[in-house]
Design a protein around this ligand. Sequence first.
Ligand code: HEM
Length: 487
Amino acid sequence: MEQLNYSKTKNDLKGPKGLPLVGNIFDFDMSKIHLLYEQWADEFGSLYNINILGKKITVSTDPETNAYVLKHRPTKFRRLQKMADVIEEVGVNGVFSAEGETWKKHRKVTQKALSNKNIRSFFPTILRISERLTNYWNKIEGIENYAIDQDFEKITVDVTTLLAFGYDLNSLENDVDEIRVHINNIFPKVNSRINSPIPLWKYYKTKSDKEFDNSINYLKDVLGGIIETTQQKMAEDSDLHENPTNFLEAMIASEDKEDPFTNDEIFGNVYTMLLAGEDTTSNSLSWITYLLAANPAIKDKIQHEIDEVLKGEKLSSFQQLNDFPYLSSVIKETLRLKPVSPNLYMQALEDVVVSDVFFPKGSMIITQLSHAQRRDKYFAEASTFAPERWTEREETKGCPYHKNHKPEAMKPFGGGARLCPGMFLSETEMKVFVIALFQDFDVTLDVAPEEVKELFAFTMSPQNLKVNLKKRLLQKEKNVNTESVFQ
Ligand code: HEM
């Protein structure tokens, strides 16, 4: 057995005092919990304990500790048992909540579905949805005080349903809001249940618990229907078993293999994909929009890059996405300043020493990611939105943001073997939709920047984001006008 050396144990860590017996439970406002974790890290250091009804839970904002924990899965650490239980209780027993060998099996098929190769061949579909989006905005006269986050939610659901089960919801044009409305009920509730010290909902259902059950049942019905239709289609077309065209077909085709997916597993994974792929990407798109609208000089640079590369034409190929280095920096900088998954919940599967601290088997650790990303210790002038910090060093001699720059402290997609498999898809979506928006429209905020707050509900979204969209004159149109003047 491995000899463990350490100079401190988990119990030596400091933390906020809290009340006798109940500990810190009354300190929490669930919708801002990530900010409280950050504030406590400033006060008690990068490793500290919170106390929930006498139980100590460690919060780590230390990038090295977090990297260690994330890397040593599924061997030394797992997702918090309680979180997996809450998620599985509502039927989402797929790759996100699974562990060990079951996780490996789920991960393999998910990773394949979201591979770079698959996303490249899926690119025309993403373009088609982006075209829909600009057509939709173009039809609305004078867009003011507009909740653009809802459109991002719609299109990311459409992308995920097409990729996951080849089903085109076309939420924008059909105004199929119901699925989205029900999806939106899931995360806040899952968040409050994970953080609730006592599973009260098992004994008494409040109105919001009932609404939550209603949403779960609605989504189960819709997805169940889609799975059934696909199973029938595959029974009639054996070719689909050899060459599945989407994630759902690939899982059903596994029936032919040694270790097939059960119906519950198929359902759980499709459901996971729908939930994991929507909020995260749409919130990031909203944050990009917010940060660009609040920083007009950076917005000008993005529009300049778009105009230079596309010359008034529309984005048409996947390769073109490589020609937008400034946009890539804007996306990275948004993920740094506004990470939509700021807290990950972990549990030790064995006695383990991390950063010289001994954690006994079963210890709970919250790997808190947003603190380091937003502190000067790791990023110079960390509270400033400065995409320039991500441009190549040679081009930026004397740039104040390169004085201190530690990208290894940034983990917006998690890390290790469980790194988000949707990273490439989400980056592709973000590029395509940001180009579509800022090529055609000038976007300004209709609220003061400080009125847009961070709202945490398992993922972190901008609350109260309202924008104005004004049609831009595309460079191509500008050229046409110039020519006509001189003819
Ligand atoms: C900006 C967009 C996104 C962000 C910031 C994000 C972030 C994350 C994070 C932090 C995790 C946990 C990783 C860990 O435990 O180490 C995760 C897991 C996951 N994400 Fe994403 N995600 C995004 C988009 C997507 C998309 C578009 C999909 C799929 C359509 C997706 C599917 C998943 C799945 C299936 C997991 C679970 C992986 C596992 O446990 O093995 N994500 N994501």
